[in-house]
Design a protein around this ligand. Structure first.
Ligand SMILES: [Cu+2]
Length: 213
């Protein structure tokens, strides 16, 4: 540990290691899945014949910027606060009698971006990160396996998106008659000042600098 106590060499080493740490931050990485999953649970309503959605947490959930450059195609999240805690999940095993389940945007805050995700955690490398559900009226077919979209914003603020979840034609998403639909709203807040991810990233260098002194 002597090298850390001798001033000049210690500082040089410290700066070199922090420099390497900073350089590694420039390498591309996959986005992080931070925080617990918050599902929009979709149930089949026998009584009313149709869908019912129970949202586990109204939020707002925090959009966080990890300060990283992300591996394509996830580089759509670069320089933005992002979150993938919200997801669609079957509340019970069921299939609609016909068609498929679709999600349609009823309202969305300007500046809120949505990219196609999938199963969460380790499978982030398999997500398409294709833009979906980014404007009122846009539709996306849900295959009823757990799916966590990536939500992102470049500018601090509060954001929300409201969806209708309904039974629609499997090819074009046109609503099928005779089934009730339900709505759900996801809420987000982006407040960049020292976020949890930034603290994590800079924590390592802070500890090293204290040891050098
Ligand atoms: Cu999930």
């Amino acid at each position: 540990m002597n090298v850390f106590r001798s001033n000049k060499f210690g500082w040089t080493l410290g700066i070199a290691v922090c420099g390497a740490f900073a350089a590694s931050a420039q390498a591309t990485v996959w986005p992080l899945s931070v925080g617990g999953m918050k599902h929009a649970m979709v149930f089949w309503d026998e009584v009313n014949t149709g869908l019912e959605v129970h949202l586990e947490d109204p939020g707002p959930l925090a959009l966080l910027d990890d300060g990283e450059l992300h591996t394509p195609p996830s580089d759509v999240l670069d320089g933005k606060g992002y979150n993938n805690q919200y997801g669609f999940l079957n509340g019970e095993a069921f299939s609609p009698p016909e068609g498929a389940i679709w999600v349609e945007v009823l309202a969305i805050s300007p500046g809120l971006e949505t990219y196609e995700g999938g199963m969460r955690m380790a499978n982030v490398v398999n997500h398409t990160y294709a833009p979906i559900l980014n404007a009122v009226g846009e539709r996306w077919m849900w295959n009823q396996s757990m799916n966590h979209p990536w939500y992102a914003a470049a500018t601090p603020g509060n954001y929300s998106v409201e969806y209708r979840v309904y039974v629609g034609d499997a090819s074009n998403g046109d609503p099928l008659g005779g089934y009730v639909s339900d709505t759900t709203q996801f809420n987000f807040a982006y407040a960049p000042e020292p976020g949890a991810l930034a603290l994590l990233a800079f924590g390592a260098c802070g500890i090293l600098r204290r040891r050098v002194r």
